[in-house]
Design a protein around this ligand. Structure first.
Ligand SMILES: C[S@@+](CC[C@H](N)C(=O)[O-])C[C@H]1O[C@@H](n2cnc3c(N)ncnc32)[C@H](O)[C@@H]1O
Length: 291
């Protein structure tokens, strides 16, 4: 199989700063600290000088997906799924937050350069934790780089795989490689894959009608990453389900409206509650299990 060049994925990494910038308007722990440490503000100012802006409503999507994933994780914890592997962690604070619970083993991962930087940042914010790991993983790589044989994961315990804001940057062929790698690891450990990343053209078109700002959704991210992400979506939810089925997964869909009461970025950004409601009605979190 032809491997995509690593450098083409490295171009996606700066988008982590864009997301970190949007997250600082929320109450998500460590978001402000991380945004400050990487100087996300100056990154955004440089983009603005090139006439590249991102709509403020993106914060709603970013806050909702973080909290919607957490909601599903908390359900999984009841089933003793305490080993969590996050793909494309970028500047997400979830590893720092969840590893406060000593019963959870949390593995943050991303491309080598990004995860090295993340580990340094985490070091500046918290004491070293025995249950928080950092792994360089290209999620598309074949053979898989996911932790299949590592001594820090128990073979007889299920894993929870997470990714948010990764698959949207990948072509269908690249998404297929990630699906294959996740299927392989779930076949070894058991468990689930939680992601909101299975975005559709239908959903995107609906989002773009909600507010003038959202018509520009993805433009800056496409420019920064050099990836034509507007072309990478699934057609509609049936396409998502068919794709997941063909890759060997059962899939369940949860509406983002479930976390509407937890959205905190409205006030600082002056976003109308009705806009938030319309946006969350379109968003979903997916839980995939191997068939
Ligand atoms: C939009 S950012 C999202 C970061 C983080 N998940 C968040 O929500 O803040 C995309 C992330 O995907 C990572 N990435 C890109 N290609 C990847 C690949 N092939 N494997 C793993 N991570 C990748 C980038 O380094 C970057 O951190």
């Amino acid at each position: 199989m032809v491997q995509p060049q690593a450098s083409s994925f490295n171009a996606i990494s700066p988008t982590a700063l864009m997301v970190a910038y949007t997250r600082q308007f929320t109450d998500i722990p460590y978001s402000k600290e991380l945004a400050q440490l990487v100087n996300a503000e100056s990154f955004i100012e440089k983009l603005q000088q090139q006439k590249l802006t991102q709509p403020s409503e993106v914060s709603v999507l970013v806050e909702a997906r973080y909290k919607a994933i957490n909601k599903v994780i908390s359900q999984q914890l009841q089933f003793q799924a305490t080993q969590i592997i996050e793909l494309a962690s970028g500047l997400l604070p979830r590893g720092m937050v969840m590893s406060q619970n000593k019963n959870i083993t949390f593995v943050e991962s991303d491309l080598p350069e990004m995860i090295r930087q993340k580990q340094q940042l985490v070091k500046q914010l918290i004491e070293k934790r025995q249950n928080l790991y950092f792994a360089a993983i290209d999620a598309t790589s074949q053979p898989s780089q996911l932790p299949l044989k590592v001594n820090y994961l128990h073979k007889n315990k299920p894993v929870v795989i997470l990714c948010e804001g990764l698959l949207t940057y990948l072509t269908l062929a690249e998404k297929q490689m990630v699906f294959a790698n996740v299927r392989e690891i779930l076949q070894v450990y058991g468990g689930v894959w939680i992601t909101p990343d299975l975005t559709t053209f239908d959903g995107l078109n609906q989002l773009r009608q909600i507010s003038p700002g959202l018509q520009r959704l993805n433009q800056t991210a496409s420019n920064v990453s050099g990836r034509a992400i507007n072309n990478y979506h699934f057609e509609n939810i049936d396409h998502v389900k068919q794709f997941a089925y063909e890759q060997g997964f059962d899939i369940q869909e949860y509406t983002m409206l479930e976390v509407i009461n937890q959205i905190t970025c409205l006030k600082p950004l002056g976003i109308e509650p009705e806009v938030v409601k319309s946006m969350l009605a379109i968003g979903s979190t997916f839980v995939l299990t191997v068939r």
